[in-house]
Design a protein around this ligand. Structure first.
Ligand code: 2HA
Ligand code: ZN
Length: 271
């Protein structure tokens, strides 16, 4: 059996959480990550017949039965993952009842998965139903994206359009746009269900005045999605109180999307 602390998926979680912390996106226990793992890969590092604890999830995830996830812990700080991955992360498998997480590694201090597990696992189910290659869900509190929530209308078309206008590459990176939920109580099954319903259509979902969810095939891709939104939001926040002299036109965004061959939300442009 190989040492789990050398597993690429553990190291990737350490690096991603460290980057997000350093970017100032995940203060204190803010943010959480879940990453769907390949069973064969997990078996190189863990005896998967050895369950440490069983933890009820509080909801039903039938399509995830038998699936393995590495998930950040509740109340844990992204800042600390690299120094102590075994306390701050856990590897779980969804039991045959669909409602129980079997802990295989981690949460060493008796802890458990993020309080946002409903939004994560429900989002995984929603994304997998439209993209079988989806593996990652990230939640974060990126500063400028959050700032923009307080000064920009929380309308999916208008918000996406503004972001697309701020960086030439935006329409190519997230052609499907950004879904938006109003402010809702976090940590609940309701916000999980609402997030998952948006995730059928969008890989990025803003939680009004709270943060953002991103989903993708890898940690890198998902981080990059959120990073690109955050960059655009930063440009917006640096310029929104000044007269706009130049802008990327809708016709130019269409040209970009067509040149790069992405299937963009045509109804989010005004052509
Ligand atoms: O887990 O970000 O939304 C900390 C959070 C809750
Ligand atoms: Zn949050």
């Amino acid at each position: 059996m190989k040492d789990i602390l050398t597993a690429p998926f553990v190291l990737e979680m350490e690096n991603t959480t460290a980057n997000m912390y350093r970017l100032g996106w995940d203060e204190r226990n803010g943010g959480n990550i879940s990453y769907l793992l390949d069973e064969a890969e997990v078996k190189e590092y863990l005896d998967v017949s050895s369950v440490i604890r069983e933890i009820p999830t509080g909801f039903d995830a039938p399509s995830l039965i038998g699936k393995y996830f590495i998930v950040t812990g509740t109340g844990k700080y992204f800042k600390n993952v690299k120094d102590d991955p075994e306390t701050n992360l856990g590897i779980i498998r969804i039991k045959e009842d669909g409602k129980t997480a079997q802990l295989l590694w981690g949460y060493r201090d008796g802890g458990k998965f993020t309080s946002e597990l409903p939004a994560h696992l429900m989002s995984h189910m929603a994304r997998l139903s439209v993209d079988p290659e989806n593996r990652v869900v990230i939640h974060s509190h990126p500063t400028y994206t959050l700032a923009m929530n307080f000064v920009h209308e929380l309308d999916e078309k208008k918000f996406t359009h503004t972001l697309w206008e701020m960086c030439t590459e935006c329409i190519v990176v997230f052609p499907d746009g950004v879904g938006i939920l109003p402010w809702m109580l976090c940590g609940t099954n309701s916000i999980g269900e609402a997030t998952a319903s948006k995730m059928k259509e969008f890989r990025l979902v803003v939680w009004g005045m709270h943060g953002i969810y991103g989903a993708g095939k890898s940690l890198d891709e998902t981080f990059g999605l959120i990073e690109t939104v955050e960059k655009a939001a930063q440009i917006y926040m640096l310029t929104c109180h000044m007269p706009r002299v130049n802008t990327i036109k809708d016709s130019e965004m269409k040209e970009l999307a067509e040149f790069f061959g992405v299937n963009y939300r045509k109804d989010f442009l005004n052509l």
